[in-house]
Design a protein around this ligand. Structure first.
Ligand code: ZN
Length: 150
């Protein structure tokens, strides 16, 4: 495995072992649940949104290492971002894990989230990696129903 792959793996293992922002967000004003029946990943994402800015993020639930690490990385990354930025990041992130990122320079906007770029080689894992993001988008839109990857 390449050094870069090694580094990415370390990031994923670290976030899986000690997830950031794990737990229910007491003062959340948006939340949505995401479920990936293929793998059994099940997370609720909590957001505190004020004036179009994501002030705080939390998540709760269980799932595989990829889904947990992705939720953790996302939660840390979205704090302070506007709703618009979050939607754009979701698009870029989704293209990355699908292996369809048209302009590689857009990867830079994803910061530490590039650690999940290797997921595109494992199609079954794409849903694990994007689950929390689908829930986050549903929460932003005020859709409290459960989102399923299926
Ligand atoms: Zn999974």
């Amino acid at each position: 495995m390449s050094d870069l792959g090694d580094l990415y793996q370390q990031v994923i293992l670290d976030h899986n072992r000690s997830p950031r922002n794990f737990g229910k967000l007491a003062d959340a004003n948006r939340q949505a649940e995401g479920y990936n029946p293929l793998c059994g990943d099940h997370f609720t994402v909590y957001l505190k949104v004020e004036n179009g800015v994501i002030q705080d993020v939390g998540f709760q639930g269980s799932g595989c290492a990829i889904s947990k690490a992705s939720s953790s990385l996302m939660s840390a990354f979205l704090k302070g971002k506007t709703q618009e930025e979050a939607e754009k990041l979701f698009q870029t992130f989704h293209e990355m894990v699908m292996g369809k990122l048209s302009e590689p320079e857009r990867l830079e906007s994803l910061g530490k989230l590039v650690a999940l770029s290797g997921v595109c080689d494992y199609p079954a894992r794409v849903k694990c990696a994007s689950l929390a993001w689908h829930a986050m988008i549903a929460a932003l839109k005020g859709e409290s129903r459960e989102v399923s990857t299926e």
